[in-house]
Design a protein around this ligand. Structure first.
Ligand code: SF4
Length: 651
């Protein structure tokens, strides 16, 4: 971050932000910080930026907190610019894993870093958590280093790293940090601060929920094995297969992945231990979810809702969220390609209607707000205030998903709180339009015709994005997604509701290619389904094996960890490209590859000009175009004139 000196007006503007320089500290009368937060994202003072949310939360508990955003990583000077903090340095790579942020599914550099000014790509190092931790150790010897954020959270045990094609150690050990906060960090970060402030040494902080700590030698972890079990549900501690085992044995990796999944319920999950050579990582139980009052208090913190005034360039991710409102966190879906459940937890934590309305009024006071709220939602908008029927049942539950296979009979799927919230937001003075742009879980939505009507009538801007992901039952089962019939019922209800509202509106369905369990033949069936139903997707996501997702275990090991059965994954780039080409059956640019796929499968019956065919036969013009494309690809790189179809990565 370039720190531009500001005039008097600018000085006033930056006083509303947490200090980023010594001068800012002096302006507040601070000699030293209690806590320094280092983040790989630009400093945007908005609750959607996780490290800043934690910084504001700790400030709200009375600590002097400073922020160093996107420091130079050539030397420790930039991180050290505000001096040594009294309690600890909190380090986060930012809102995304730094490797996922930088590279696509094809391991190519993305066009933009959404969380950097002007989308600049050179604002953070690869594996930022490790690099920043090294810098902090050099800058502040002896000061506790606490990792947090999604990169640390999802790399807390041995994990498969797609970008290096390796099984890596826990990031806690690679970063040589003192503690790692996983999941949502408010409770653990506050307890760490309180106990360090009370004079406890960081090495004694071994029992805080939502944290992991290193055991640095055998003496520290071997005695724990007496009270541990390997893969059974008895014992107070679960010992995962060791790093050495999972690095060399894919069965062991799959067992680790499975065992880990069953310990993520904060009410009955056990602490975990994983040995890495002579060292080990000890993970306490997940932090307890926040109550509604605690969620409200979080969103009442004094966010300015602006990027730090020293930035002159637009920060793309801020543009996406600046007029949106988060109503909830967590997800009980447990889709295997997504890690939201592992990171945010399966218990939905929602804000009260009043809290959301206070934020609507804050939005109204923002410069440039035109009365349009671009999103009211969260990971899944219509999980707002949904919960298990009672706490006792939820506390005892060991299911991995409340909605797969089939919606659990104990899940209360009432949409009334969300309908009431949306009505109240619409009624606020100065509000012209309220969109729901977050994901909508259609198997839940189809249970509430009133919600679908409200969505169609008031909260859709002509197009509603939904994610059926595939059409084939076997593939959807591997994803832990509902059957395509559920999507079809929702689509019918949505179209009918749109007609009744007198609106021409469309569903934009998203699909994933290359997900484990999905073969080239499955993709042909998906393409045929799309053609039969007149669907021409313009965006398709290539499956990306992200750290700790169940589908990543399938991809790496070839084993479904939940059933321990073999599972196929496409790994060759050409096969993945053929899958994508089949989905774009309607686009002449993809016909050559789609034809190649069909011939490979012996499906010449699908090449032709009849309505049942997917692609036309090759023509002389096609041959010329293919030769031209090959020439261009060889000499000029990617054929020009086509817009990029990259889609932002899923969390
Ligand atoms: S009992 Fe059903 S609704 Fe309750 S937590 Fe378990 S899966 Fe979810």
């Amino acid at each position: 971050m370039t720190l531009v000196p500001l005039g008097k007006k600018g000085d006033n503007a930056r006083r509303a932000f947490l200090p980023v320089t010594r001068e800012d500290m002096k302006a507040r009368g601070w000699e030293e910080l209690d806590i320094l937060i280092v983040t790989g994202d630009a400093y945007v003072d908005h609750a959607a930026f996780g490290p800043i949310l934690i910084a504001r939360f700790l400030e709200g508990r009375g600590y002097k907190v400073g922020v160093v955003a996107q420091p130079s990583w050539q030397s420790p000077e930039d991180i050290a610019r505000m001096g040594k903090p009294r309690l600890f340095v909190g380090i986060s790579a930012g809102n995304l894993d730094s490797m996922l942020n930088k590279l696509t599914a094809q391991k190519k550099v993305r066009g933009k870093d959404q969380y950097s000014p002007a989308g600049a790509l050179d604002m953070r190092p690869n594996r930022s958590s490790i690099v920043y931790a090294n810098l902090a150790r050099q800058a502040f010897p002896g000061t506790p280093i606490v990792l947090g954020g999604i990169e640390a959270s999802l790399r807390r045990i041995a994990h498969y790293d797609y970008w290096s094609d390796q099984v890596r150690r826990s990031i806690l050990l690679d970063a040589k940090a003192d503690l790692l906060v996983f999941g949502m960090g408010e409770r653990p970060a506050w307890e760490i601060a309180k106990r360090l402030d009370a004079g406890e040494h960081v090495s004694k902080l071994t029992d805080i929920r939502g944290t992991a700590h290193p055991k640095k030698n055998r003496r520290a972890w071997e005695p724990l094995l007496a009270d541990a079990s390997k893969y059974t549900t008895d014992g107070k501690l679960l010992v995962l297969p060791s790093y050495d085992d999972v690095r060399t044995d894919k069965q062991a990796f799959a067992k680790m992945s499975r065992a880990f999944q069953y310990e993520t319920n904060p009410h009955n999950g056990r602490p975990l231990l994983q040995v890495h050579g002579d060292e080990a990582v000890y993970m306490n139980q997940p932090a307890l979810p926040l109550s509604e009052e605690e969620m409200d208090a979080l969103y009442d913190l004094p966010f300015t809702r602006r990027p730090h005034p020293t930035y002159s360039d637009v920060i793309p991710a801020f543009e996406t969220v600046k007029h949106s409102i988060v109503t909830m966190r967590g997800c009980f879906g447990g889709c295997t390609f997504c890690s939201i459940t592992e990171h945010e937890g399966r218990v939905i934590q929602s804000r009260s209607e009043n809290s959301v309305l206070r934020e609507v009024r804050a939005l109204r006071r923002m410069d440039g707000f035109s009365g349009v709220i671009t999103d009211v939602g969260g990971p899944t908008a219509n999980m707002y205030k949904m919960a298990c029927k009672d706490e006792k049942t939820e506390s005892a539950c060991r299911r991995l998903s409340c909605v797969h296979p089939g919606i659990c009979e104990n899940l209360v799927t009432d949409h009334d709180p969300l309908i009431s919230l949306l009505k109240s937001v619409r009624k606020e003075p100065g509000i012209k339009k309220v969109f729901v742009a977050s994901g909508v879980r259609y198997d839940l939505a189809e249970r509430s015709p009133e919600f679908v009507r409200e969505l169609a009538q008031h909260h859709t801007g002509g197009q509603l994005s939904v994610a059926p992901e595939h059409s084939q039952d076997e593939v959807l089962a591997k994803m832990k997604k509902p059957g395509i019939q559920s999507y079809e019922r929702f689509a019918q209800a949505f179209c009918q509701a749109s007609d009744e509202a007198g609106k021409e509106q469309y569903l934009v369905p998203y699909f994933i290619t290359g997900h484990p369990g999905s073969t080239l033949s499955d993709t042909v069936e998906l393409a045929l389904y799309l053609k039969r139903n007149g669907m021409r997707p313009r965006q398709v996501q290539d499956f990306i094996p992200t750290p700790m997702a169940v589908a990543t275990t399938m991809y790496y090991t070839g084993i479904d960890p939940l059933s321990m059965e073999p599972v196929y994954s496409a790994k060759e780039l050409r096969e993945k490209r053929m899958m994508k080409a089949l989905i774009f059956y309607w686009d002449a640019e993809h016909h050559d590859l789609a034809r190649e796929a069909l011939m490979k499968l012996g499906r010449r019956d699908l090449i032709g000009r009849t309505p049942n065919c997917l692609v036309p036969p090759e023509s002389a013009k096609d041959r010329l175009m293919a030769a031209d494309r090959a020439h261009r690809a060889g000499t000029l790189g990617t054929p020009a004139g086509r817009p990029r179809r990259d889609r932002s990565p899923r969390r």
